[in-house]
Design a binder for this molecule. Structure first.
Ligand code: SAM
Length: 240
Protein backbone atom coordinates (compact mmCIF):
# COMPACT_ATOMS: atom_id res chain seq x y z
CA UNK A 1 0.00 0.00 0.00
CA UNK A 2 1.24 3.49 -0.86
CA UNK A 3 -0.12 6.73 0.62
CA UNK A 4 0.89 10.18 -0.64
CA UNK A 5 0.01 13.34 1.27
CA UNK A 6 -0.17 16.77 -0.42
CA UNK A 7 0.26 19.42 2.27
CA UNK A 8 1.83 22.74 3.29
CA UNK A 9 3.46 20.88 6.22
CA UNK A 10 5.15 17.73 4.87
CA UNK A 11 7.64 17.53 7.77
CA UNK A 12 4.79 17.41 10.27
CA UNK A 13 3.22 14.41 8.49
CA UNK A 14 6.59 12.68 7.96
CA UNK A 15 7.59 12.98 11.60
CA UNK A 16 4.37 11.48 12.98
CA UNK A 17 4.38 8.57 10.53
CA UNK A 18 8.05 7.82 11.22
CA UNK A 19 7.29 6.73 14.78
CA UNK A 20 6.21 3.51 16.45
CA UNK A 21 4.34 0.76 14.59
CA UNK A 22 3.81 2.68 11.33
CA UNK A 23 7.43 3.91 11.26
CA UNK A 24 8.72 0.36 11.74
CA UNK A 25 6.46 -1.00 9.01
CA UNK A 26 7.71 1.74 6.64
CA UNK A 27 11.34 0.90 7.38
CA UNK A 28 10.62 -2.78 6.75
CA UNK A 29 9.01 -1.92 3.40
CA UNK A 30 5.49 -3.19 4.21
CA UNK A 31 3.96 0.23 3.41
CA UNK A 32 5.09 3.37 1.57
CA UNK A 33 4.47 7.03 2.48
CA UNK A 34 5.47 10.15 0.53
CA UNK A 35 4.69 13.73 1.59
CA UNK A 36 4.65 16.57 -0.95
CA UNK A 37 4.95 20.33 -0.47
CA UNK A 38 2.09 22.07 -2.30
CA UNK A 39 3.99 25.38 -2.11
CA UNK A 40 6.64 23.95 -4.48
CA UNK A 41 4.02 24.10 -7.26
CA UNK A 42 3.17 27.82 -7.07
CA UNK A 43 3.88 29.93 -10.16
CA UNK A 44 4.65 33.17 -8.27
CA UNK A 45 7.97 34.26 -6.81
CA UNK A 46 6.57 34.67 -3.28
CA UNK A 47 5.38 31.04 -3.30
CA UNK A 48 1.98 32.26 -2.16
CA UNK A 49 -0.70 29.55 -2.18
CA UNK A 50 -3.72 31.51 -0.88
CA UNK A 51 -5.87 34.48 -1.84
CA UNK A 52 -8.98 36.36 -0.69
CA UNK A 53 -12.39 34.69 -1.06
CA UNK A 54 -14.67 35.92 -3.86
CA UNK A 55 -17.80 37.41 -2.34
CA UNK A 56 -15.91 38.57 0.76
CA UNK A 57 -15.70 36.96 4.15
CA UNK A 58 -13.06 35.96 6.66
CA UNK A 59 -9.61 34.57 5.99
CA UNK A 60 -7.89 33.23 2.92
CA UNK A 61 -8.63 30.36 0.53
CA UNK A 62 -6.05 27.95 -0.92
CA UNK A 63 -5.91 28.48 -4.66
CA UNK A 64 -6.70 25.71 -7.12
CA UNK A 65 -3.58 25.84 -9.33
CA UNK A 66 -0.81 24.75 -6.91
CA UNK A 67 -2.97 21.97 -5.48
CA UNK A 68 -3.93 20.75 -8.95
CA UNK A 69 -0.36 20.79 -10.29
CA UNK A 70 0.95 19.08 -7.14
CA UNK A 71 -1.67 16.33 -7.32
CA UNK A 72 -1.18 15.73 -11.06
CA UNK A 73 2.58 15.45 -10.52
CA UNK A 74 2.08 13.01 -7.63
CA UNK A 75 -0.39 10.90 -9.64
CA UNK A 76 2.24 10.69 -12.42
CA UNK A 77 4.93 9.66 -9.92
CA UNK A 78 2.72 6.99 -8.36
CA UNK A 79 1.79 5.47 -11.73
CA UNK A 80 5.42 5.64 -12.94
CA UNK A 81 6.44 3.68 -9.83
CA UNK A 82 4.11 0.87 -10.95
CA UNK A 83 1.21 1.51 -8.58
CA UNK A 84 -2.40 1.91 -9.64
CA UNK A 85 -3.72 5.48 -10.04
CA UNK A 86 -4.25 6.73 -6.47
CA UNK A 87 -7.72 7.39 -5.09
CA UNK A 88 -7.74 11.14 -4.45
CA UNK A 89 -9.26 12.14 -1.11
CA UNK A 90 -9.63 15.73 0.06
CA UNK A 91 -9.71 16.15 3.84
CA UNK A 92 -12.64 18.51 4.58
CA UNK A 93 -14.90 19.22 7.55
CA UNK A 94 -17.84 18.81 5.14
CA UNK A 95 -16.74 15.36 3.91
CA UNK A 96 -18.27 11.97 4.63
CA UNK A 97 -17.44 10.75 8.14
CA UNK A 98 -14.44 8.40 8.43
CA UNK A 99 -15.45 5.02 9.86
CA UNK A 100 -13.67 1.71 10.39
CA UNK A 101 -15.65 0.28 7.45
CA UNK A 102 -14.32 3.11 5.25
CA UNK A 103 -10.75 2.40 6.49
CA UNK A 104 -11.17 -1.25 5.49
CA UNK A 105 -12.41 -0.18 2.05
CA UNK A 106 -9.45 2.20 1.64
CA UNK A 107 -6.96 -0.45 2.79
CA UNK A 108 -8.04 -2.54 -0.21
CA UNK A 109 -6.93 0.27 -2.60
CA UNK A 110 -3.36 0.00 -3.83
CA UNK A 111 -2.72 3.69 -3.37
CA UNK A 112 -4.26 6.87 -1.88
CA UNK A 113 -3.52 10.57 -2.31
CA UNK A 114 -4.67 12.62 0.70
CA UNK A 115 -4.97 16.36 0.13
CA UNK A 116 -4.79 18.74 3.12
CA UNK A 117 -6.49 22.13 3.10
CA UNK A 118 -5.53 25.07 5.28
CA UNK A 119 -6.67 28.63 6.12
CA UNK A 120 -10.43 28.90 5.43
CA UNK A 121 -10.33 25.95 3.05
CA UNK A 122 -9.73 25.14 -0.61
CA UNK A 123 -11.09 26.61 -3.89
CA UNK A 124 -14.04 24.32 -4.65
CA UNK A 125 -13.08 23.94 -8.32
CA UNK A 126 -9.98 21.87 -7.57
CA UNK A 127 -12.06 19.54 -5.40
CA UNK A 128 -14.55 19.17 -8.28
CA UNK A 129 -11.69 18.54 -10.72
CA UNK A 130 -9.77 15.94 -8.72
CA UNK A 131 -11.56 14.46 -5.72
CA UNK A 132 -12.81 10.89 -5.75
CA UNK A 133 -14.21 11.69 -2.33
CA UNK A 134 -14.04 14.05 0.66
CA UNK A 135 -13.53 12.71 4.17
CA UNK A 136 -14.06 14.30 7.58
CA UNK A 137 -12.60 12.84 10.77
CA UNK A 138 -15.39 14.27 12.94
CA UNK A 139 -17.90 17.03 13.56
CA UNK A 140 -15.41 19.73 14.54
CA UNK A 141 -13.09 22.04 12.64
CA UNK A 142 -9.30 21.69 12.60
CA UNK A 143 -6.89 24.44 11.51
CA UNK A 144 -5.60 22.22 8.70
CA UNK A 145 -6.11 18.85 7.03
CA UNK A 146 -2.80 17.39 8.25
CA UNK A 147 -4.09 15.85 11.48
CA UNK A 148 -7.04 14.43 9.54
CA UNK A 149 -4.75 12.95 6.86
CA UNK A 150 -2.57 11.43 9.59
CA UNK A 151 -5.62 9.83 11.17
CA UNK A 152 -6.62 8.33 7.80
CA UNK A 153 -3.06 7.15 7.04
CA UNK A 154 -2.60 5.57 10.48
CA UNK A 155 -5.97 3.82 10.56
CA UNK A 156 -5.60 2.51 6.98
CA UNK A 157 -1.93 1.48 7.24
CA UNK A 158 -2.53 -0.57 10.39
CA UNK A 159 -4.90 -2.79 8.41
CA UNK A 160 -2.23 -3.57 5.79
CA UNK A 161 -0.40 -6.92 5.82
CA UNK A 162 2.86 -6.87 7.80
CA UNK A 163 2.04 -3.76 9.85
CA UNK A 164 0.62 -5.37 13.01
CA UNK A 165 2.62 -8.22 14.48
CA UNK A 166 -0.66 -10.07 15.14
CA UNK A 167 -3.01 -9.35 12.21
CA UNK A 168 -5.99 -11.06 13.87
CA UNK A 169 -5.60 -8.36 16.54
CA UNK A 170 -7.73 -5.79 14.79
CA UNK A 171 -10.70 -8.13 14.33
CA UNK A 172 -11.35 -8.03 18.10
CA UNK A 173 -10.99 -4.30 18.36
CA UNK A 174 -13.59 -1.59 18.74
CA UNK A 175 -15.62 -0.85 15.58
CA UNK A 176 -14.34 -3.81 13.53
CA UNK A 177 -17.64 -5.68 13.85
CA UNK A 178 -19.72 -2.65 14.85
CA UNK A 179 -19.20 -3.07 18.61
CA UNK A 180 -16.87 -1.50 21.19
CA UNK A 181 -14.12 -3.70 22.61
CA UNK A 182 -14.43 -5.42 26.02
CA UNK A 183 -12.27 -4.11 28.93
CA UNK A 184 -8.69 -5.42 29.08
CA UNK A 185 -6.24 -6.03 31.95
CA UNK A 186 -2.58 -6.88 32.46
CA UNK A 187 -0.37 -7.75 35.46
CA UNK A 188 -0.57 -7.48 38.45
CA UNK A 189 -3.76 -9.37 39.39
CA UNK A 190 -4.51 -6.72 42.01
CA UNK A 191 -3.60 -3.04 41.64
CA UNK A 192 -4.51 -0.35 44.19
CA UNK A 193 -7.25 -2.62 45.58
CA UNK A 194 -8.75 -3.29 42.14
CA UNK A 195 -8.82 -6.93 40.99
CA UNK A 196 -8.81 -8.43 37.52
CA UNK A 197 -12.21 -10.13 36.86
CA UNK A 198 -12.03 -13.72 38.13
CA UNK A 199 -13.09 -15.27 34.81
CA UNK A 200 -9.95 -13.95 33.05
CA UNK A 201 -7.75 -15.89 35.51
CA UNK A 202 -9.72 -19.13 35.09
CA UNK A 203 -8.01 -20.39 31.92
CA UNK A 204 -11.48 -21.48 30.73
CA UNK A 205 -11.45 -20.22 27.13
CA UNK A 206 -15.16 -20.63 26.38
CA UNK A 207 -16.14 -18.72 29.55
CA UNK A 208 -13.60 -15.98 28.76
CA UNK A 209 -14.98 -15.64 25.24
CA UNK A 210 -18.56 -15.46 26.57
CA UNK A 211 -17.61 -12.83 29.18
CA UNK A 212 -15.82 -10.70 26.60
CA UNK A 213 -18.75 -10.90 24.23
CA UNK A 214 -21.21 -9.85 26.97
CA UNK A 215 -18.97 -6.97 28.04
CA UNK A 216 -18.59 -5.81 24.46
CA UNK A 217 -22.37 -5.82 23.88
CA UNK A 218 -23.14 -4.11 27.20
CA UNK A 219 -20.47 -1.45 26.77
CA UNK A 220 -21.76 -0.63 23.29
CA UNK A 221 -25.39 -0.52 24.51
CA UNK A 222 -24.51 1.89 27.33
CA UNK A 223 -21.92 4.10 25.66
CA UNK A 224 -23.00 4.10 22.02
CA UNK A 225 -26.70 3.29 21.68
CA UNK A 226 -26.48 4.43 18.03
CA UNK A 227 -23.92 1.72 17.22
CA UNK A 228 -25.82 -0.83 19.29
CA UNK A 229 -29.05 -0.27 17.35
CA UNK A 230 -27.14 -0.54 14.04
CA UNK A 231 -25.53 -3.78 15.23
CA UNK A 232 -28.91 -5.28 16.24
CA UNK A 233 -30.36 -4.33 12.84
CA UNK A 234 -27.43 -6.01 11.06
CA UNK A 235 -27.70 -9.20 13.15
CA UNK A 236 -31.49 -9.36 12.68
CA UNK A 237 -31.22 -8.94 8.92
CA UNK A 238 -28.52 -11.65 8.74
CA UNK A 239 -30.78 -14.01 10.71
CA UNK A 240 -33.98 -13.32 8.73
N1 SAM B 1 -14.10 26.73 6.24
C1 SAM B 1 -14.07 25.30 6.36
C2 SAM B 1 -15.46 24.78 6.77
O1 SAM B 1 -16.18 25.52 7.45
O2 SAM B 1 -15.79 23.61 6.47
C3 SAM B 1 -13.04 24.85 7.41
C4 SAM B 1 -11.65 25.09 6.96
S1 SAM B 1 -10.47 24.45 8.10
C5 SAM B 1 -10.16 25.84 9.12
C6 SAM B 1 -9.01 24.25 7.17
C7 SAM B 1 -8.76 22.85 6.63
O3 SAM B 1 -8.72 21.93 7.71
C8 SAM B 1 -9.82 22.30 5.70
O4 SAM B 1 -9.62 22.75 4.38
C9 SAM B 1 -9.62 20.81 5.83
O5 SAM B 1 -8.57 20.35 5.00
C10 SAM B 1 -9.16 20.66 7.27
N2 SAM B 1 -10.21 20.20 8.20
C11 SAM B 1 -10.83 20.93 9.16
N3 SAM B 1 -11.68 20.19 9.86
C12 SAM B 1 -11.63 18.94 9.36
C13 SAM B 1 -12.29 17.73 9.66
N4 SAM B 1 -13.20 17.64 10.64
N5 SAM B 1 -11.98 16.63 8.95
C14 SAM B 1 -11.08 16.69 7.93
N6 SAM B 1 -10.42 17.82 7.61
C15 SAM B 1 -10.68 18.94 8.30
Amino acid sequence: MRIDIATLFPEMCESVLNESIIGRARRRGHIELHCHQIRDYTLNRQKQVDDYPYGGGHGMIMQAQPIYDCCMDVIGQVCAAGHERPRVIFMTAAGAPLTEAKCRELARCGSLLLVCGHYEGVDERVIEALADEELSIGDYVLTGGELAALVVADSVFRLCPGVLSCPEGYEDESHYNGLLEYPQYSRPEEWNGRCVPEVLLSGHHANIERWRREQSLERTRLRRPDLYQEYLKKVNSENS
